[in-house]
Design a protein around this ligand. Structure first.
Ligand SMILES: Cc1ncc(COP(=O)(O)O)c(C=O)c1O
Length: 344
């Protein structure tokens, strides 16, 4: 499927103002996303927050289907949260890990995840084992396989790290995790919206993702996928009366869907925006988005290779649309500042 670039640009008001190359930070929202957020906010202003929710209940409920459809999941396997880190932590802190339990993680781990590993190592005595990369900078699957023993209770992978262009072999890791029946937590934050994501093919039990990056949703949105056969096994670290309705004086009942990891109060305007972003990307086609984005990134890498003083910093045997480079003699922060180009 080819992209209608003219239409996509026309849908994106920000392209009139900036050349924006930071989708790995936060992408430019397209008009349908902006409209969904603004419409819901205006409705709240006119009729009240609870009333707006009631009026738009079908659309808001549909966000679970929009997100599930994006990753090949079922709606009961989706929880909507305020960012990817909150989603990831919900699972990591729900896992019943004991002293000396081992977790296998990757070298290109996201900092927030690593801090949480350190926290549970200090608090619960778990052992963090980092699977080395191969010489291309990709997670070494053979090394991972050799590190597995009966004490490994979790495999956690950052699929596409924040920088470095790398795409880690998430589906191959899923195959190993399944073969050894080890729970597999995938950080899909930079992959979502950038490439097709199919949780069945990935073989992950859990995946966290954000709304604002390549998916082009609003800031303050994220989601969690939990494979349905894992939901009932996991007790959230914190609950409220939405996650677990208070059914009698001394009893609560945890929900039987992934929403046991949500709580009662939410930004419904932002959720509407997330749903619109998932629909927008799905309608364009994730394979077409991937092809276009990688084509542009490869073109940029070729140009950087010819630019005197530019050093490409990407690693990995498969590279995505995140291009990392430095310019000789210039602090990377300054390079970013120079790269901010305004059209007006
Ligand atoms: C690989 C990766 N994981 C997780 C996150 C965290 O996402 P959020 O800021 O939505 O919590 C980021 C954000 O940059 C990221 O790059």
């Amino acid at each position: 499927m080819s992209l209608d670039i003219k239409k996509i640009r026309a849908d994106t008001p920000g392209v009139a103002d900036v050349v924006h190359l930071a989708a790995a930070g936060s992408g430019l929202m397209p008009q349908p996303v902006i409209d969904a957020i603004v419409d819901h906010t205006l409705l709240e202003a006119h009729v009240g927050g609870y009333e707006a929710q009631a009026l738009r209940i079908d659309q808001l409920d549909g966000v679970y289907d929009n997100v599930a459809g994006l990753i090949g999941a079922e709606r009961k396997e989706i929880a909507l949260l305020e960012n990817a880190t909150a989603a990831w932590c919900q699972i990591f802190y729900a896992l019943p890990l004991k002293p000396k339990d081992r977790i296998l993680i990757c070298e290109a781990e996201y900092a927030a995840n690593y801090v949480a590993y350190l926290h549970r190592a200090k608090r619960d005595g778990i052992v963090i084992d980092v699977v080395p990369n191969d010489k291309t900078g990709t997670l070494d699957l053979d090394a991972m396989e050799k590190m597995i023993d009966h004490r490994v209770r979790l495999i956690a992978l950052t699929w596409v790290p924040t920088n470095g262009g790398l795409v880690n072999p998430a589906a191959a890791v899923g195959e190993i995790a399944r073969r050894h029946a080890i729970p597999y937590l995938l950080d899909g934050c930079q992959a979502i919206g950038q490439m097709p994501v199919d949780v069945a093919a990935l073989g992950c039990d859990f995946m966290s993702a954000t709304g604002r990056k390549f998916l082009r949703g609003p800031r303050g949105t994220g989601f969690l996928f939990i494979r349905k056969n894992r939901i009932e096994m996991l007790e959230p670290a914190m609950i409220d009366h939405f996650a677990a309705p208070w059914v009698s004086t001394d009893q609560y009942q945890l929900r039987d869907d992934a929403r046991r990891f949500e709580n009662w109060e939410n930004s419904y305007a932002l959720r509407a925006g997330l749903g619109a972003a998932a629909t927008y990307a799905t309608e364009i086609g994730l394979q077409a988005i991937k092809d276009r984005a990688r084509g542009l990134a490869d073109g940029l890498r070729d140009q950087l290779a010819d630019l005197p003083g530019a050093q490409l910093r990407d690693v990995g045997s498969e590279r995505c649309a995140i291009v990392s480079f430095t310019l000789d003699g210039l602090d990377p922060g300054k390079t970013v500042e120079k790269g901010v180009t305004r059209m007006s």
